[in-house]
Design a protein around this ligand. Structure first.
Ligand code: CU
Ligand code: CU
Length: 326
């Protein structure tokens, strides 16, 4: 079983490596604090039952924009799976459609979104869409094992929004992987760009330890469920190409100080709404329960670290690399 230190050291080394690749001279040092004997047990991340089916690896690429004026039907099945969220730590996760984050849903402003939630897990679950204006008592209610629930809403507000399980304790359901993002394209559309979706979250050591989620320290952090996954396999872009990042933060607790080392956001849209545009931004907060859209065009080829500038969290794995080629 891996120890906390091993995971943080690995992540720390990757952070240093990524920062050096980008030409930084300083990076956050890896944690070197050894756990005391009494803390040793608490530092053991809890491993998944080996018989659990492995989760599907979520894609960082944004799905294509669908044709306008349709009812978009989405079926999401809740299932328990295992996912190697950090080296050596195969963790139990609660998923939508077998993946963490759940599938990125994409619709147009004005479309009707029809959601069917199917509960294939042994405990109750639900789904809460931040993109909806709807009575939560009816649409976001808990669904028992083996049951399903269908509801619909009109996606009238353009943007990028979180969705997540809201079944009590929601903290635990979100901390165990039940979240994803929905993109609502503005009716007028957007300019062409290379588009990625990055969902930042925390992983706590024991899926059932609510106290640790309330007061504790995450063991790992991630973009799209797996710590540092885009350090080894960087996201790709061409020099001079517009890159659009949809960044969601289901948390459940940490704010993201979203930043790309070596560039500036030409434009961002808070919540992905074109009316909330800002220009020339270095770092921008994505709060738990929030999401925003970031655009940058990089001219010089290189490896550009994508981080939360809360470096303790980047060191735990909320770190990616955007590789820009000529
Ligand atoms: Cu749930
Ligand atoms: Cu919420």
């Amino acid at each position: 079983m891996p120890k906390l230190n091993r995971i943080t050291r690995t992540a720390g080394a990757l952070l240093v490596g990524a920062a050096l690749l980008a030409g930084c001279t300083k990076a956050a040092p890896a944690s070197t604090t050894a756990p005391s004997a009494q803390d040793a047990k608490k530092d053991q991340p809890v491993q998944a039952d080996p018989s659990l089916k492995p989760a599907v690896i979520a894609s960082p690429e944004a799905p294509p924009r669908p044709p306008q004026g349709k009812t978009v039907e989405v079926r999401l099945t809740v299932e328990k799976r295992s996912l190697e969220v950090a080296p050596g730590w195969k963790r139990e996760v609660w998923t939508y459609n077998g993946q963490v984050p759940g599938p990125t849903i994409r619709v147009n402003q004005g479309d009707t979104v029809k959601i069917t939630l199917v509960n294939g897990d042994a405990t109750s679950h639900s789904i809460d869409f931040h993109a909806a204006r709807i009575s939560p008592q009816a649409a976001f209610k808990s669904v028992d094992t083996g049951k399903d629930l269908t509801f619909e809403f009109k996606a009238n507000d353009p943007g990028v929004f979180d969705y997540h399980c809201g079944t009590a304790p929601a903290l635990m359901h979100i901390a165990n992987g039940m979240f994803g993002a929905i993109i609502v394209d503005p009716a007028e559309g957007r300019s062409p760009a290379r588009e990625y979706v990055l969902v930042q979250n925390e992983w706590y050591r024991d899926p059932m330890d609510l106290k640790d989620m309330e007061y504790g320290q995450p063991v790992a952090m991630a973009f799209n469920g797996i710590a540092n996954q885009y350090v080894d396999k960087p996201l790709q872009a061409r020099a001079g190409e517009r890159v659009r990042l949809y960044v969601a933060n289901p948390g459940p607790n940490r704010f993201s100080a979203f930043h790309v080392v070596g560039t500036i956001f030409d434009r961002l849209e808070e919540d992905g709404n074109p009316k909330n545009a800002a220009y020339g931004v270095q770092t921008y907060t994505v709060p738990p329960g929030g999401a925003s859209l970031f655009e940058t065009t990089i001219q010089e080829p290189g490896k550009y670290p994508v981080v939360t500038h809360s470096f303790a969290d980047a060191t735990l794995g909320a770190l990616a690399v955007l590789e820009v080629t000529p």
